[in-house]
Design a protein around this ligand. Structure first.
Ligand code: ING
Length: 312
């Protein structure tokens, strides 16, 4: 019997800096209900789906910074999302800023969770590839200070048996790195869920900015095809606090084809009936890792030691 997941990519428009969590959760609930009405068993929200993309600013007041983070999940503001998921019997991926006590210290991560149809958290991922800088880059229109606000994720790239298949997660900049998909691909992943907040550009050099939408899809389509997996990429889009963010959220098949894409820069749901067995012919033939990959011949044992540029 075909293993079908009907997936909803729930793109969000801008979230204002002062927008109350309750108002944002109301938007998420509307998209969840729309997803259920269209037969979805899983809905995917963007990265940092509860707040504005605050790493665009140099924030220095500790209490102000902490106000963008969640110390528990679910919590008072998000419990309604978990309750509705249970009532509707629909799972979800949610990106948010996580503040946690670990080894006696307060740590901060750019996090996503996978929640099943009973409203239980199945799995957690913490963003590993943190783009930008820890310090302000003078003269730049848009700053990108994730290295200042988040620690590097310490959970690896796990996958989970869920929704009838093998699912994995990553966040935003992770999608640009082939290692992200390959580590999950080596674990047999069949669907990768990705939330992103991507400014059209950081203002320099313009030539790269102009290609941001192209690079967005290129990265995810390549990751999907080369690992024979579905990829669901979901944006927080539009002009958020004066910064233009790309949209074009999409659902990508293991063939690398985009099968559904958002057209707006606001809250918008797209859906697709994803056959998890569509990746099988690719995994059994062209990307049969056991039959064709030869790590011992690569020169650098990339899985174990990590490749370093050759010495000068
Ligand atoms: N955002 C961006 C991303 O990787 C970025 C950073 C912007 C990279 C523009 C390249 C060009 O999509 C996050 N949050 O990682």
């Amino acid at each position: 019997m075909a293993r079908i997941i009907t997936v909803g990519a729930a793109q969000l428009g801008p979230i204002a800096r002062e927008e109350p969590r309750a108002q944002v959760v109301g938007r998420l609930l509307a998209l969840m209900r729309q997803a259920k009405e269209t037969g979805c068993g899983l809905v995917v929200y963007p990265e940092l789906a509860l707040t504005t993309f605050f790493p665009r600013w140099l924030l220095e007041d500790p209490a102000g910074i902490e106000s963008f983070f969640e110390r528990e999940m679910p919590n008072a503001e998000t419990q309604a999302l978990f309750d509705e998921a249970r009532r509707l019997e629909i799972g979800f991926y949610l990106g948010y800023a996580e503040s946690v006590e670990e080894d006696g210290a307060r740590r901060h991560y750019n996090t996503s969770i996978l929640v099943d149809k009973s409203g239980e958290i199945l799995g957690k991922y913490r963003k590993i590839h943190l783009p930008g800088t820890a310090e302000v880059v003078p003269g730049r229109a848009g700053q990108h200070l994730e290295k200042r606000h988040f620690g590097v994720g310490n959970l690896g790239f796990p996958v989970w048996r869920a929704f009838g298949g093998i699912l994995g997660m990553c966040i935003c900049n992770d999608r640009r790195w082939p290692e992200t998909y390959r580590v999950m691909g080596l674990q047999g992943v069949e669907m990768v869920l990705i939330g992103y907040n991507t400014p059209v550009g950081l203002g320099d050099p313009y030539e790269l900015d102009a290609l941001t939408p192209f690079h967005n899809h290129l990265s995810m389509q390549a990751g999907a095809y080369q690992n024979a997996a579905w990829v669901v990429g979901v944006a927080k889009a539009g002009c958020e606090e004066g910064i233009n963010m790309i949209g074009q959220s999409c659902i990508i098949a293991p063939s690398g084809e985009i099968v559904a894409m958002c057209r707006s820069l606001g809250d918008e749901l797209i859906t697709y009936r994803c056959d998890l067995d569509m990746g099988r012919p690719y995994k059994e033939d062209i990307f049969n890792f056991a039959a064709h990959r030869r790590t011992e011949a690569y020169g650098l044992i990339v899985e174990r030691t990590g490749a370093e540029p050759p010495p000068d």
